[in-house]
Design a protein around this ligand. Structure first.
Ligand code: C5P
Length: 395
């Protein structure tokens, strides 16, 4: 993507360096325009070195040749203004274009994300709030500011949003909302089955696959509930409805609750659910000298199978199958046994799967069978969501 980053003059300008660096590393083409005040906080040379391109400030600067503001505005697919000071917000809300940044803003036809940063009193002032409301009404996506320690040493709402959050907001603003109206429940991560208060049965799943599916779906406009086990440590989008659970029994109960309350059109079961649990967990810590070496185990409910029996006529049911051999054959049988509309099969073991990205994957559905190109977790999530979109439309 072609992205113009506008930097105005506040102490948070140093964070714009990190933002620009991240955007370049993510493969975007980036150009920076600054206000002259911003150049007192960070040297234009820093941005020039990060992007490999000249930086402009004044309305008659020509970093891209004559009529740079027009060229940059037409070139940009999107713009991020970070940090946006109170003064810049006021100027942009009024359309006062007297420097390169404001000229590019007025000419930019793509989405614009702004990250205000200032002292808490300035942010709370009715004048600033008026300008922000105006910019929001003009279609600008305003992210933050966050609460925390400010440059003055005081605490309050005024800290610039972190680069991660701005990049996520930009992705949201530029993505096609082809899953708008779809209600989806996703499960992610391993479950924990306790033997006693300090020992448990689990597996190495990080839950990343389920979290990516939930995040990508939300970005594409779906309403998403995520039921996740304790192994999930990823930062979750604030627009997800989260159901943290511990055991498989909890997970079944939470999935049922989530499905009913939406009510959901799709269940994607990416969780690595423990098939067994200790039959008689102890309420006190078991001391190694006075317990035997065998524990009696009990089967856990199969969550997706149970849900498919209850709701398979109303909802799409999608499962995952991690297999150590002949994944397509095993997953095809598993899909039929569990009563699923689709299953994603992948090869694990021999150093593959559980956390790494590069494995082979297939989608086996009631309307066809595909090898997933690339097969990274990202590619798998995107491929599956495309299938869900098309399958729901064809119903
Ligand atoms: O039978 P297996 O565990 O290989 O099946 C994997 C699929 O079934 C995954 O979608 C997983 O989330 C789901 N599953 C479940 N409840 C269980 C075990 C697996 O929903 N108890």
């Amino acid at each position: 993507m072609h992205i113009v980053v506008g930097v105005s003059g506040g102490i948070a300008a140093y964070k714009a360096c990190e933002l620009v660096s991240r955007l370049v590393q993510d493969g975007h083409q980036v150009r920076v325009v600054m206000t002259s005040k911003a150049a007192q906080f960070v040297a234009p040379l820093t941005f020039r070195a990060l992007t490999g391109h000249a930086v402009g400030m004044d309305s008659d600067d020509e970093p891209e040749g004559p009529l740079s503001h027009v060229r940059l505005a037409h070139w940009a697919d999107a713009m991020i203004v970070a940090p946006a000071t109170a003064e810049l917000l006021a100027r942009l809300a009024e359309g006062l274009a007297d420097d390169l940044l404001s000229l590019v803003y007025l000419g930019c036809r793509g989405p614009v994300v702004m990250a205000p940063a200032m002292e808490a009193e300035m942010w709370a002032h009715p004048a600033t709030q008026r300008h922000v409301a105006r910019l929001t009404a003009d279609g600008v996506v305003v992210v933050g500011p966050k609460s925390g320690r400010l440059a003055s040493g005081h605490w309050g709402q005024g800290r610039m949003a972190e680069p991660d959050e701005l990049i996520e907001a930009l992705r949201d603003a530029t993505s096609v909302k082809d899953l708008a109206g779809v209600k989806m429940v996703v499960t992610a991560g391993a479950t924990w089955e306790f033997f006693d208060p300090v020992r448990l049965l689990t597996n190495p799943s990080t839950g990343l696959m389920g979290v990516l599916i939930a995040h990508f779906a939300a970005r594409r406009g779906a309403e998403v509930s995520l039921v996740y086990g304790p192994s999930v440590s990823a930062k979750l989008r604030p627009d997800l409805r989260g159901y943290p659970v511990v055991s498989a029994t909890d997970m079944l109960e939470a999935v049922e609750r989530a499905v009913r309350s939406m009510p959901a059109d799709v269940l994607v079961s990416a969780a690595a659910v423990s098939d067994f649990r200790p039959a008689r967990p102890r309420s006190e810590k078991a001391h190694k000298d006075n317990v035997g070496l065998t524990w009696e185990m009990q089967r856990n409910p199969d969550i997706i199978r149970t849900m498919a029996q209850r709701y398979g006529d109303r909802m799409l049911m999608v499962g995952f199958a991690a297999e150590t051999e002949d994944p397509v054959r095993s997953a095809t049988i598993k899909r039929q046994e569990k009563g699923l509309h689709a299953i994603v099969a992948n090869l694990v073991g021999q150093g593959r799967g559980f956390g790494d990205g590069a494995h082979e994957a297939w989608l086996i559905a009631d309307n066809g069978e595909w090898s997933i190109p690339g097969a990274s977790k990202e590619a798998t999530a995107t491929f599956l969501l495309d299938w869900i979109r098309d399958r729901l439309r064809s119903r």
